[in-house]
Design a protein around this ligand. Structure first.
Ligand code: NDP
Length: 491
């Protein structure tokens, strides 16, 4: 049994009431680790430590370049630990090791990118409309950041918050999901090795109630960076009524993939497969509504079905596995319900829709392709977070765009076509934070990431992320040799 600890104020510790909860390996259904469930008192201690580190001690005295050096060191240590961190994430969440290990290694590049930005965060000198005044702006750290991450890409979503927050000089309290607490607490050992001053980075686990609520409503929190589902986001926003902290929301999606008749057929099939079955579909940018133009619709469906049926499902730690289990049993039950409801509403089950044979211990589900007559079918409406592709037919470009935009979400979109004019028309018309053309699911530390509508607000990655974690200070300096004028003498 692996026993993890909280990391508060530079020390590993238990929850104040000694409480621990169990974490289950989704591939086996067995408990493999335990983690402390942070109490309100633990949250308070972590936030106070972050507040102290923000204003006292070594951290605020560091130059931006020195902060960058600490982040470079973090990047190197993450790269060294990537294989182990990936394995822990796989065991805790069921996500494929090939993906978690590669993602953990790439996470090092996120820290490197933000390390490099640390001493490039600068303000402006303003050509002010008044004489004898020199006015300039600086970008200041926003303060104590409360960061909340879900279970599906923990190392990655931690980096997209901790990287820019620290580069900008903030301090952080970060909470992992109760579903997969281990990766974040394992990452605490890496953070400890870097040598940040105590309290700069605090890592805790616990339940949404009380831990998540206490953290996001804490009066000393200055900024909340949240990734998770829409319903939880509503609670988080409501919590910030107590501290009036600005909130970045990275939420779910029901992203469309538009495949036109003239598309490179194999590339489009690969896009739909990656968008729906990568990470067992447990991806915020899953392209779970696939719109295919009539001329190639039937051939396309036949090919994605053929490919879906070839996917090797099994132990996510094994090298030759292509799809692992779902993270929770509740998740699988919900997917089964929605697929059943969708077929009852008129969707055609082309393949999947069942648990694979011989994998009874874990929470596995077959890659599933549903042919949907319209978007009244439930599988086209709700974020499923599972390997379920809903395919819909269209005739014209306008029809495809209208259908694609018929959603409350707006995170990602895929467009497969060889027509460059159409690329520009369609990518402009689609309401989403990201559009991938003839590719899908690519991310980079350099490229802003985030959504429209119910997919959230604010951006992670790129220079935009630095703006999320800084606030502007405007400095006015009287350069005149005369004293400041009498306020009652209007000039
Ligand atoms: P949840 O919304 O259930 O949980 C997200 C986090 O919020 C967890 O750490 C959870 O803790 C915490 N939480 C729960 N209740 C509260 C509360 N009242 N106050 C503060 N925090 C709380 O999401 P999942 O973990 O199930 O993750 C899946 C969701 O995340 C999907 O909707 C997915 O699309 C989205 N996501 C979005 C991404 C993006 O960048 N846009 C990327 C990845 C995922 P606990 O688990 O302990 O309840």
């Amino acid at each position: 049994m692996n026993e993890y600890q909280l990391y508060i104020d530079g020390e590993f510790c238990e929850a104040s009431d000694g409480n621990r909860f169990e974490s289950t390996n989704p591939a086996t259904g067995e408990v493999w680790a335990t983690a402390p469930g942070a109490t309100e008192a633990d949250v308070d201690r972590a936030v106070r430590a972050a507040k102290r580190a923000l204003t006292e001690g070594d951290w605020p005295a560091l130059t931006a370049t020195q902060r960058g050096r600490l982040l470079y060191r973090l990047a190197d240590l993450v790269a060294e630990a990537a294989h182990d961190l990936g394995s822990i994430e796989t065991t805790d969440s069921g996500k494929l090791a090939a993906e978690t290990r590669a993602q953990s290694a790439y996470v090092a590049d996120y820290y490197r990118y933000f390390a490099g930005l640390a001493d490039k965060i600068q303000g402006d000198t303003l050509p002010i409309d008044k004489p004898d005044l020199h006015v300039f702006t600086t970008r200041e750290p926003v303060g104590v950041v409360a960061a909340i991450v879900p279970w599906n890409a923990e190392m990655f979503l931690t980096a997209t918050k901790v990287g820019p927050a620290l580069a900008a000089g903030n301090t952080v309290v970060i909470k992992a999901s109760e579903v997969a607490p281990a990766p974040l607490l394992a990452f605490a050992r890496v953070i400890d090795e870097v040598g940040f001053p105590p309290g700069v980075v605090n890592l805790i686990t616990g339940f949404g109630e009380p831990c998540g609520r206490a953290l996001t409503s804490h009066p000393m929190v200055d900024k909340v960076a949240f990734t998770g589902g829409v319903e939880t986001a509503r609670h988080v926003v409501a919590n910030t009524v107590h501290n009036l902290a600005p909130v970045t929301l990275e939420l779910g999606g029901k992203s469309p993939i538009l495949v036109f008749d003239d598309a490179d057929f194999e590339g489009a099939v690969n896009g739909a497969i990656a968008g729906n079955f990568g990470a067992s579909g447990q991806s915020c940018v899953a392209g779970s509504r696939v719109f295919v133009q009539s001329g190639i619709h039937d051939e396309f469906v036949a090919e994605v079905v053929r490919r879906a049926e070839q996917i090797r499902i099994g132990d996510p730690l094994a090298d030759d596995t292509q799809m692992g289990p779902l993270a929770t049993v509740a998740q699988r039950d919900r997917i089964e319900d929605v697929v059943a409801e969708s077929t009852a509403q008129g969707a055609t089950l082309h393949t999947g829709g069942r648990r694979p044979e011989g994998l009874d211990d874990g929470w596995y589900y077959q890659p599933t392709v549903l042919g949907c007559p319209d978007q009244d079918v439930r599988s086209t409406r709700v974020e499923l977070f599972g390997p379920v592709m809903s395919v819909l037919r269209f005739d014209t470009e306008d029809e495809a765009v209208t259908m694609a935009n018929d959603t409350e979400f707006g995170l990602g979109a895929g467009v497969f076509t060889r027509d460059v004019s159409r690329v520009h028309r369609v990518s402009r018309a689609i309401r989403s934070g990201i559009v991938w053309v003839n590719t899908y699911r690519a991310v980079s530390p350099i490229a802003p990431f985030g959504g429209f509508g119910d997919s959230g607000s604010g951006r992670e990655a790129g220079m935009d992320a630095i703006h999320e974690f800084t606030t502007t200070k405007t400095v006015w300096i009287n350069t005149s040799t005369e004293p400041m004028a009498n306020p009652f003498t209007i000039r």
